[in-house]
Design a protein around this ligand. Structure first.
Ligand SMILES: [Zn+2]
Length: 267
């Protein structure tokens, strides 16, 4: 699909099993289980969707998913049984990891950032990598609640790389009409991406809106560290982009309709 001069491609990077209660937070199971059926262990099927944006001489990747470097224990816990879909996708497009010019990470949780790495090195040898400075700090300074969410040791490699840009500003335009915006909410350093054209906007909301169920403003995941912030940010995204004819969301954990369109604020 296209927004302005940019083409956007959806890639199913991988699939995993998440706990339904952790995912849907305070939403009663009676409601969310109509949307998605959990298995007997209350687990639900989720995707790690990543997106490639092509245009203006760039190939920009939004998030990297699990990649191929998860250890056996992590694969078992999260029910990851497949290889990453990114390698195949790139091959089919006649591209290689070295063709990617930019990688934007919405945040550094292992289901979004592990795919940055091979065993012990950074993939994407020529890409600029865009990470929020606060997010990096918290990946290296975890607490009892956050420590299992980050591939911290691997991420510490980023500090030595000259290709990593640690973003300190609230907004950064990384290519014409493509903006990274700091949000907080899911984590303190969480950020989203927006592509704008005259009449349309596509938002990559990361884990602020992991699937279409979360388009409703008060539906916030239990994994969010700052749930009230998440709620306000969603509201702001809908309200501030009301002027566009089409407002699209490219969703990160949606397993049926990865890109959805909303014009009005869902209650
Ligand atoms: Zn996630």
């Amino acid at each position: 699909m296209k927004i302005g001069n940019y083409s956007i491609y959806h890639v199913i990077e991988n699939c995993f099993l998440g706990d339904g209660g952790a995912m849907y937070g305070i939403v009663p199971k009676k409601i969310w289980s109509k949307f998605v059926k959990p298995d007997e262990d209350n687990l639900i099927h989720l995707h790690t969707n990543i997106y490639l944006i092509e245009g203006n001489g760039k190939y920009i990747l939004i998030d990297t998913g699990f990649g191929n470097s998860l250890d056996a224990k992590a694969k078992r816990i999260y029910g990851v049984t497949r290889e990453s879909g990114l390698g195949n996708f790139l091959k089919q497009k006649g591209l290689d990891y070295s063709d990617i010019t930019d990688v934007v990470l919405t945040h550094l949780h292992f289901d979004h950032a592990s795919g940055l790495f091979n065993e012990n090195e950074l993939l994407f040898p020529d890409a600029s990598i865009w990470i929020n400075k606060k997010e990096y700090y918290h990946s290296q300074n975890t607490n009892e609640r956050t420590k299992n969410a980050y591939p911290a040791l691997k991420l510490s490699m980023l500090e030595k790389s000259t290709r990593v840009n640690f973003i300190r500003n609230d907004e950064k335009e990384i290519s014409k009409n493509i903006f990274i915006r700091h949000t907080g909410g899911h984590t303190e350093g969480h950020q989203i991406v927006e592509i704008k054209s005259k009449n349309e906007i596509m938002v990559f909301p990361g884990d602020i809106m992991p699937n279409r169920f979360f388009a409703k403003i008060p539906y916030v995941s239990a994994t969010d560290l700052y749930p009230l912030e998440t709620m306000l940010i969603k509201k702001k995204i809908f309200e501030s982009n009301n002027k566009y004819k089409n407002l699209y969301f490219a969703l990160t954990h949606e397993s049926e309709i990865p890109v959805i369109s909303f014009r009005n604020l869902p209650l």
